[in-house]
Design a protein around this ligand. Structure first.
Ligand SMILES: NC(=O)c1ccc[n+]([C@@H]2O[C@H](COP(=O)([O-])OP(=O)(O)OC[C@H]3O[C@@H](n4cnc5c(N)ncnc54)[C@H](OP(=O)(O)O)[C@@H]3O)[C@@H](O)[C@H]2O)c1
Length: 258
């Protein structure tokens, strides 16, 4: 058991969408250390999902993995309903998914690329919310969405990430406002530059060492985050320690947006 063993996680399961991702894997691990079973999804990265499931089982919890594309509402509903049935409820839902995004200036984006990112991220997150809400009402559970710290101050060439996450943030706040009376909480975590998953990939493939060093120096804590830094914030917001917190966004960015 970890430090954050939570009584609210004793029955049912946490569902982590994008559990094969750099951040999603860490979320699965931290939730399991806190005492939760974890059902996690992947889109193409089955091996990464298996690594996350192994970490959950190593923490003494049950893990289940399933492929999922968020663009298909009925498939999302089938997955969510099935997980709830097999585990006896869903106490937490984590959106840690997101399509691959690239650092492209708005002037060079095409309508096709824009549609693809909106479909996968904004529509995908709505599909998840639609499927998950009945189960969260039943468990008086919590939703956490991993967005981006860029919702506050958009860096140049980051609109593919920032704009969809702004829509997701507003949807989360809407859920918090409308579903609080049903005992459901909903919050966001906004990563800054994380040295895992998408962040690590963008640094490796789209930035020069000089650009990376300039970014690092602009972060008050003078380092990039780890996936676990984000996962700890997600776990806190889902836990009963955050039972009076809803509709909030917590930046995990080393102070980058100050
Ligand atoms: N890492 C960072 O520095 C950083 C910073 C700010 C914001 N974020 C945001 O945080 C989220 C997680 O980041 P990450 O670094 O963990 O990214 P990642 O490693 O690329 O993981 C993305 C996850 O989303 C899944 N996914 C992608 N498209 C999907 C779709 N259409 N339907 C269902 N699942 C889908 C992926 O599945 P497969 O890999 O199995 O295909 C993977 O599990 C992303 O939305 C990202 O934009 C990350």
């Amino acid at each position: 058991m970890g430090e954050l063993t939570d009584s609210a996680w004793a029955t049912g399961v946490a569902l982590v969408i994008g559990g094969s991702g750099g951040i999603g894997q860490a979320v699965c691990r931290v939730l399991a250390e806190g005492g939760s079973h974890v059902a996690l999804t992947y889109r193409r990265g089955r091996e990464a999902a298996e690594v996350a499931a192994t970490a959950v089982e190593a923490a003494g919890r049950r893990a289940e993995i399933a492929p999922l594309s968020l663009e298909e509402p009925e498939a999302v509903k089938r997955l969510v309903d099935g997980v709830a049935e097999r585990f006896g409820g869903i106490h937490s839902v984590v959106y840690a998914a997101g399509p691959p995004v690239h650092m492209i200036p708005i002037g060079e984006l095409t309508p096709d690329r824009w549609s693809a990112v909106i479909d996968a991220d904004v529509k995908g997150f709505f599909n998840l919310t639609w499927a998950a809400l009945p189960h969260l009402r039943a468990s008086k559970g919590a939703l956490a969405a991993v967005i981006t710290a860029a919702v506050e101050r958009v860096p140049a060439r980051d609109i593919m990430s920032a704009a969809p996450k702004c829509a997701i943030e507003m949807l989360v706040r809407g859920v918090a406002k409308e579903e609080g009376r049903n005992g459901v909480r909903a919050n966001c975590v906004g990563p800054g530059w994380i040295d895992a998953g998408l962040g690590a990939q963008v640094m490796a493939e789209e930035l020069t060492p000089e650009q990376i060093e300039r970014i690092r120096k602009a972060i008050p804590l003078r380092r990039f985050g780890a996936a676990r830094d984000v996962a700890e914030a997600v776990a806190f917001l889902l836990s009963s320690r955050a039972r009076f917190i809803t509709g909030q966004s917590l930046a995990v960015d080393g102070g980058m947006q100050l």
